[in-house]
Write a protein that binds this ligand. Structure first.
Ligand SMILES: NC(=O)c1ccc[n+]([C@@H]2O[C@H](COP(=O)([O-])OP(=O)(O)OC[C@H]3O[C@@H](n4cnc5c(N)ncnc54)[C@H](OP(=O)(O)O)[C@@H]3O)[C@@H](O)[C@H]2O)c1
Length: 285
């Protein structure tokens, strides 16, 4: 592969010229620069798939989780790639709300993530000595994914996040009020995802929800219940934040947008994820 030599920090006309032959550009940069790059690339007639949060709250912009919202319109100029926590949360809850299998309130979600979700800039709380052998909540009440989840779920959410001493992977646990039996809630998810190779619905929660199963893959693993006396049902979802929560989901959105097969270029779906199956060992952090 040829080394990249045209690294640009600003969307100057020279920089935009270097993308002239691209049908679409994927931006994996912070929100502010993503806005400036999007405007400049769109002005040159180049589509932008934005992995940042800059376009995720805008009604007119397609929000790309293909299992939930299908393909972007071919003439769209911008597609917003969802955040990692929202992807996991929405995959678990959106089909249930659509089917009215759960009430719209309350929805409370706890998300736990590895450190790569915070990007590469070193921070005191991400330091090995601070996090190894430890776990703690962060950005409680102010996480930028709260409005994103609420908007695309169509209901207010209580959402808290927790850092784990691992590099990759997210496990979200949502507590919701079912309108039918937990078994029927599970069936709603099983039938919704029956034809989706990259979503596994486990028969019950357990070790199959371990992030080690999904790291390095595009797979989402989901499970439901059982209910206890509190009246709420837990809905779990686990993904790799860097793949399903970012890069591989971006690829599926680009594929659909540009008229290619949805799953072109993805790793194979995980055929054997289960509570009694050990996670595959992958040579990944
Ligand atoms: N990490 C995740 O799990 C995840 C999941 C979903 C979405 N996202 C989103 O994806 C984007 C990238 O995330 P990340 O975790 O890769 O962040 P990151 O590790 O902080 O990397 C950001 C990258 O953007 C570059 N950059 C910063 N300002 C730039 C500018 N003005 N022009 C061009 N490049 C610029 C940086 O280059 P330098 O190194 O040269 O500064 C760096 O390579 C963010 O918007 C993030 O919110 C991340």
């Amino acid at each position: 592969m040829k080394p990249v030599t045209n690294i640009h920090r600003e969307p100057t006309s020279d920089a935009i010229d270097s993308f002239r032959e691209c049908r679409a550009v994927a931006l994996a940069i912070p929100d502010g620069p993503a806005l400036a790059w999007t405007e400049a690339l769109n002005s040159a007639g180049i589509k932008v798939l934005d992995l940042s949060g800059a376009h995720r709250l805008r009604d007119e912009i397609h929000y790309g989780i293909p299992e939930l919202w299908g393909a972007p319109s071919a003439d769209a100029a911008v597609v917003a790639n969802p955040g990692c926590y929202p992807t996991a949360t929405l995959l678990g809850l959106a089909p249930l709300l659509r089917a009215k299998a759960i009430d719209a309130t309350p929805v409370a979600v706890v998300g736990a993530s590895g450190t790569s979700g915070a990007g590469k800039t070193p921070r005191d709380d991400l330091h090995f000595s601070a996090l190894f052998g430890n776990t703690f909540p962060y950005k409680v009440g102010s996480h930028k994914h709260i409005p994103e989840i609420a908007r695309h779920l169509g209901t207010p959410v209580t959402f808290v996040t927790q850092l784990l001493p691992i590099v990759r992977g997210i496990l979200v646990t949502a507590f919701v009020k079912p309108t039918r039996s937990p078994q029927d809630v599970l069936h709603t998810l099983q039938s919704f995802y029956a034809d989706q190779p990259y979503v596994t619905v486990l028969p019950e929660p357990g070790p199959g929800l371990g992030v080690a199963h999904v790291v390095g893959s595009h797979q989402a693993v989901i499970a439901v219940g059982p209910a206890d006396d509190g009246g709420l049902v837990p809905v779990f979802a686990t993904i790799d934040n860097l793949m399903r929560g970012a890069a591989s989901q971006a690829l599926t959105n680009l594929n659909l947008w540009l008229g290619l097969p949805q799953h072109a270029g993805l790793p194979q779906p995980l055929a054997h994820v289960g509570n009694d199956v050990p996670p595959m060992t992958r040579a990944l952090p």
